[in-house]
Design a protein. Structure first.
Length: 330
């Protein structure tokens, strides 16, 4: 399998955290996990590049490195109040025209907006900057609540750590859920965070912090094969369904039903990649009741069919295959 080339465009002063997020996901060779990406960095003027952390980085590649990138990743843009360099804007436009995927983390959405790559399209950025982005670029449909927006050719993420969510999503899109899950496990990260970023925005202080949903989530995740309902989750948590819904909204930014459905579909993705089980058997194992329901729910969330997904991301290693009497094509 040919390696996918990721090139980070660095802009002084560079945020070290967003860059580290990208490097951690795309730039490390992990034991027992085949390499699927190459990772490099570039900047407009190679040489010492200042960072927000008080030290300089030695960057040897100029903008010509973007000509070889399949994914151009911009880990933040601190100088969003200033006009971007015409050379940087031109390099981004040329990369986009030739088919490179452009991904902007956090404030880097402002750079894509200045380059005209977001006009008439959806995007997100840090919740604190969302109103500013919408005011400066009214042609952009700014979505302040989500962790990331992926349009295929262009992707944007919410603030700071949401860059990890977007990078893991891109790996999941490129390589499948099982590979992305392994990367996430190495990082001690959830492969997919539920909800949006507004759950992390500043809110008026209340007298009490909502009880953690962790026990309910763990309990439900171990029982996806059962016909769990929202009432079952509420009963386990010893709360009313209304209280459960409020806690899901506060802590995860989603509803109990939507969370449960996404967990089932994510489990189905892994089984499609790693086993020969028929769709009917996968539906039973993930609590989706029938092949028809699995196909409908799967298409709504993954935007493809189980059969097409399996063809794209099937893992052929003998250690990841499950054979049995219910094995059949999807």
């Amino acid at each position: 399998m040919s390696l996918h080339r990721v090139v980070c465009l660095l802009l002084p002063p560079q945020s070290t955290f967003e860059l580290a997020c990208a490097a951690e996901v795309f730039g490390l060779n992990r034991p027992g996990l085949p390499a699927r990406y190459t990772f490099d960095v570039c900047t407009e003027r190679p040489g010492p590049l200042p960072t927000l952390a008080g030290y300089d980085m030695a960057v040897t590649h100029g903008l010509s490195a973007l000509q070889r990138a399949q994914t151009v990743l911009i880990p933040g843009w601190v100088q969003r109040a200033s006009a971007p360099s015409p050379g940087v804007v031109d390099a981004l436009r040329r990369a986009h025209r030739r088919g490179a995927r452009i991904a902007a983390l956090c404030s880097a959405a402002f750079l894509l907006a200045e380059a005209g790559l977001l006009e008439g399209r959806r995007a997100t950025t840090h919740w604190r900057l969302a109103d500013e982005l919408a005011a400066r670029h009214p042609g952009i449909q700014v979505e302040p609540d989500v962790l990331y927006v992926d349009l295929g050719d262009i992707a944007t993420s919410a603030g700071t750590a949401a860059g990890i969510d977007l990078c893991l999503h891109l790996i999941r899109t490129d390589q499948g859920a099982a590979y992305a899950n392994q990367v996430a496990r190495h990082m001690v990260m959830p492969p997919h965070r539920e909800g949006g970023q507004l759950q992390y925005a500043t809110h008026p202080l209340t007298d009490r912090t909502p009880d953690s949903l962790a026990p309910v989530l763990d309990w439900a995740a171990e029982r996806l094969h059962e016909p769990l309902s929202v009432d079952d989750l509420a009963a386990f948590g010893a709360v009313s369904t209304r209280t459960l819904a409020r806690r899901f909204a506060e802590q995860l930014g989603t509803s109990p039903g939507n969370w449960l459905l996404r967990q089932r579909v994510m489990a189905a993705r892994a089984l499609l990649e790693e086993t020969d089980l028929a769709v009917e058997a996968i539906a039973a194992r993930t609590g989706l009741s029938s092949a028809a329901n699995l196909r409908r729910r799967f298409h709504a969330l993954v935007h493809t069919t189980p059969a097409a997904y399996r063809r794209s991301f099937r893992h052929e290693a003998s250690g990841t295959r499950t054979r049995g009497s219910d094995a059949a094509p999807a």
